[in-house]
Design a protein around this ligand. Structure first.
Ligand SMILES: [Zn+2]
Length: 675
C-alpha cells in the first residue's frame, strides 16, 4: 500500500513541479502530452484508490459541481483599501507624512505596479489550499474556493523550497487576464454571438464569479500575489522579505517591484511604469507604495479604514465621457461591416480620440447605443478605442437608434448578415472598399512592406481605375503614375523602387499579405514551415490543412475557399509572374535552438514524412537516432508506436506527440529538461 501512496505522491510532485516551471518560472520543462500523461496516470490511481484522493491534487483543477450561490467568508484580517494619490504633489505629501510620523530618520518604500484585476485572499492550512474568497467589502467576501482552485498559477500545496510552511497562511493577490488572452476571449465571445467583456478586469471578475467552476477552468486566469494576511509560524521583518518568500512557496510575484528611498525615486518609478504601461502583458492602473519595515508599518498604524503606511499612485484615466456625433458603417477588406462611432474629440490619457469601434449590431443593441448619446469611451494601448456604455440619463430625446444599413455605403450592393456569425458583410467582392482595404493590407509593414504606398495613394490608384487588385501594383508604369494628381518624378520613382524591393520577400509575408480571412503573420509562418512553396499550399486539401498544428477547421476552410476562387488564383499567378521570389529564411547559429539534441521518431507520422521530420531537426542543429537510449533527448510518438515508446516511458525521457513536435519547431520553444 505504501508503494501506491508513494507513487501517487511522486506523480503529484512531478505535476506540481511542471506547473511551477511553467507558470512561475516561465520555463516549461515537459510537453503538454507528457503533462497529460502524468495527469491521466494520477487520475487512474485516484480512481482505483479513492482514499488517496486529496483536495490539493492537481486533478482537482478542472472545476466541480456548479453552485446555486456563493457562501460568504469573513476575512480574519480585513482587506483594507488604500488612499489614492492623484498627482506628484500627493505622493510627496505621503512621503512627508511618513517621515514626520516615524521616530527614525531612515525608511524605505517598496513600489509595486497596481494590477487592474480582482483582489482575492487565499488560505492555506499546513501548506494545503483550503479556501479562497473575493475581497468583497473588505470585511466579508464571497467564497470562490472552487474557482480559485482552477487557476494553475495558484499552488494547491505550498512548496517547501528552503522555507518553512506556516500552520496558517493567508496570501492576498490580484487575479487578472493577460491582454492577449483577453482579446482572444472576446473574439471567441463575438464569434459565438455572446456579449463581449469591456476590459480584462471585467473578464477576470466575470470568470471568477462563475457559479460553474468548469467555465472558470476554461478561462485564462492568472494571479500576482502581493500582501499578507494571517501568518502563523513564520515572521517577516520587512515587506520585501515576505515578497521574496512568496515564490519559494510557489506564488507568482510581479517582477517590476523596486525599492524607493526618496520622493524623486517614487516619481521616477511612477513615470517609468506609466510609460511602459501599454507595453505590459497585463493592465495596471497605478503604483502602490508600502513602507518596507513591518515594525514601522505597525508604528504608523491605520486611519479609519486605510493604512497610513501605504498609498496608491493612480495613473491618468483610460476612460472618458464624450458624445457620439455619427455612426458610420465601415467596410473592411473582407467586406465585413464594422459600425464606427464618430465622437466629439476627447483627450484620454494624453491621446485625442475621435473614433471608437462598436464591433457589430448585437453589441450596439446590447449596449442600447444611439446616435447623439453621451458614452463612456475606453482606450488601452494600441487597441482601437471602444464604447463601454451609454449614459441614458443624459438623453434629451433627440437621439436616434442605429441599424446597419442593408446597402453598402460604398458600392450600394446588398449587405447581409450571415446566420452563423454576428457580422454583416457587403456581398460584392469587387467592392472598392474591399479592394482598397486589401491593397492597404498587402502593402502594410507586416506584409509586403511597400514603402511609400499609404492609404491616400491606394485610394487614388483605385479611384482612378489604375489598379483593381494587389497584383496590378507590380504592373504600374512610372509614366502612368506621373499622370496622378500631385505625383512628382521623384515619388513616382521611389514607389517603383519600393515595389521592386518588395518583390524579394518570404513566403510567410506573401501568405499573410494575401488577406486570406483568419490568416495573420503567425499562421503565415506556420504555413511557410509546412509547405515551403505557394503551389503546395494552393493545392493542399482541407484534410491536409486541418492536420497542421495551429490550423483549425475554420482556418483550413478559409484557405480552401480563398484558393478555390478563380479570381484569387489568377491574382496569385500574376504576382508570381511579376517576379516575386522567396528568400528561404536563413538559419543562424543562434536559431539552432535544438543544438546537440538527439531525437527518436517512432510510430507513423501523419502530417509529415520521416524524412521531413529529420530535415526539420537537422535544420535546427539536432540529430536523429534510430533507437532509444538514456542519451536520447526527445522521443516523438506517431500512430501505433510500439516498444520504443514503452522504453522511453521507462527511461522517463521527454515524450511528445507529432503535433507538439511541429509546434516546438514552429514556435522555436524548447522543453528544456525532464522533471
Ligand atoms: Zn460594398
Amino acid at each position: 500500500m505504501d508503494k501506491i501512496k508513494n507513487k501517487i505522491l511522486k506523480l503529484k510532485n512531478q505535476i506540481n513541479q511542471a506547473n511551477h516551471q511553467y507558470y512561475i518560472l516561465d520555463n516549461p520543462i515537459i510537453s503538454d502530452t507528457q503533462y497529460d500523461l502524468l495527469l491521466r496516470e494520477l487520475q487512474e490511481y485516484e480512481k482505483t484508490y479513492p482514499k488517496y484522493l486529496t483536495s490539493d491534487s492537481p486533478t482537482q483543477r478542472v472545476g466541480s459541481t456548479p453552485l446555486k450561490k456563493f457562501s460568504t467568508t469573513t476575512h480574519r484580517i480585513p482587506l483594507l483599501s488604500l488612499d489614492n494619490a492623484m498627482n506628484t504633489g500627493e505622493i510627496r505629501d505621503f512621503y512627508a507624512r511618513i517621515k514626520k510620523g516615524l521616530p527614525e530618520e531612515s525608511f524605505e518604500l517598496i513600489a509595486e505596479p497596481k494590477i487592474d484585476g480582482l483582489a482575492v485572499e487565499l488560505v492555506y492550512e499546513n501548506g494545503i489550499f483550503v479556501s479562497g474568497s473575493t475581497r468583497g467589502d473588505g470585511i466579508t467576501g464571497e467564497n470562490i474556493t472552487q474557482n480559485l482552485r482552477t487557476i494553475r498559477s495558484i499552488p494547491l500545496k505550498l512548496r517547501d523550497d528552503k522555507i518553512q510552511i506556516p500552520s496558517l497562511l493567508e496570501v492576498r493577490g490580484e487575479v487578472y487576464i493577460n491582454k492577449k488572452d483577453f482579446e482572444k476571449l472576446n473574439d471567441r465571445q463575438l464569434d459565438a454571438g455572446k456579449q463581449i467583456f469591456a476590459n480584462p478586469r471585467n473578464a477576470a471578475a466575470g470568470s471568477l464569479r462563475q457559479l460553474n467552476s468548469k467555465i472558470t477552468a476554461k478561462r485564462p486566469l492568472k494571479i500576482f500575489c502581493y500582501s499578507l494576511g494571517t501568518c502563523t509560524g513564520v515572521t517577516f521583518s520587512t515587506h520585501l522579505d515576505f515578497l521574496k518568500a512568496l515564490p519559494k512557496w510557489g506564488f507568482p510575484v510581479n517582477p517590476l517591484i523596486e525599492t524607493c528611498r526618496t520622493p524623486e525615486q517614487m516619481e521616477n518609478y511612477h513615470n517609468k511604469l506609466e510609460a511602459i504601461r501599454d507595453d505590459l502583458d497585463y493592465d495596471i492602473d497605478g503604483v502602490v507604495y508600502k513602507v518596507n519595515s513591518i515594525s514601522q508599518q505597525k508604528f504608523l498604524g491605520l486611519k479609519s479604514r486605510t493604512p497610513r503606511w501605504a498609498i496608491a499612485g493612480k495613473f491618468k484615466a483610460q476612460q472618458e465621457i464624450t458624445q457620439i456625433l455619427e455612426i458610420e458603417a465601415s467596410i473592411g477588406r473582407t467586406g465585413a461591416v464594422t459600425p464606427v462611432a464618430h465622437l466629439k474629440p476627447v483627450s484620454i490619457g494624453g491621446v485625442t480620440v475621435s473614433n471608437a469601434t462598436l464591433h457589430n449590431q448585437d453589441e450596439i443593441d446590447r449596449k442600447d447605443i444611439h446616435i447623439g448619446d453621451w458614452v463612456i469611451i475606453q482606450r488601452a494601448g494600441d487597441v482601437i478605442p471602444q464604447v463601454v456604455k451609454a449614459i441614458p440619463e443624459r438623453r434629451t430625446g433627440n437621439e436616434i437608434a442605429y441599424k446597419i444599413p442593408n446597402r453598402c455605403p460604398i458600392c450600394n450592393s446588398q449587405v447581409i448578415r450571415d446566420e452563423k456569425e454576428a457580422k454583416h458583410r457587403c456581398q460584392n467582392i469587387n467592392c472598392p472598399a474591399q479592394i482598397k482595404g486589401s491593397i492597404q493590407h498587402f502593402a502594410s509593414k507586416n506584409c509586403m512592406d511597400i514603402d511609400g504606398l499609404g492609404q491616400k495613394l491606394v485610394y487614388q490608384l483605385v479611384d482612378e481605375g489604375l489598379i483593381n487588385n494587389v497584383a496590378d501594383l507590380y504592373y504600374l508604369h512610372k509614366d502612368t503614375l506621373l499622370k496622378l494628381d500631385r505625383m512628382g518624378e521623384k515619388s513616382a520613382q521611389n514607389l517603383i523602387d519600393s515595389l521592386n524591393i518588395s518583390k524579394k520577400t518570404s513566403l510567410s509575408r506573401l501568405i499573410s499579405a494575401l488577406g486570406i480571412p483568419n490568416i495573420g503573420r503567425h499562421l503565415g509562418k506556420v504555413l511557410e514551415n509546412h509547405f515551403e512553396s505557394l503551389d503546395k499550399l494552393m493545392e493542399a486539401s482541407f484534410e491536409q490543412l486541418n492536420e497542421i498544428d495551429g490550423v483549425g477547421q475554420i482556418v483550413a476552410q478559409s484557405i480552401k475557399n480563398f484558393f478555390s476562387d478563380e479570381k484569387n488564383r489568377l491574382t496569385v499567378i500574376k504576382l508570381l509572374e511579376a517576379g516575386i521570389t522567396f528568400k528561404t529564411s536563413e538559419i543562424s547559429n543562434d536559431d539552432k535552438f535544438l543544438n546537440g539534441k538527439t531525437f527518436v521518431f517512432t510510430g507513423t507520422l501523419t502530417s509529415i514524412t520521416r524524412n521531413e521530420a529529420k530535415e526539420m531537426v537537422e535544420k535546427y542543429g539536432a540529430r536523429t537516432a534510430s533507437s532509444v537510449s538514456k542519451k536520447t533527448n526527445y522521443v516523438v510518438i506517431g500512430e501505433n508506436a510500439g516498444s520504443k515508446a514503452e522504453k522511453a516511458r521507462k527511461l522517463e525521457l521527454n515524450i511528445m506527440s507529432e503535433k507538439e513536435f511541429i509546434h516546438m519547431i514552429n514556435s522555436r520553444k524548447i522543453y528544456s529538461l525532464k522533471v
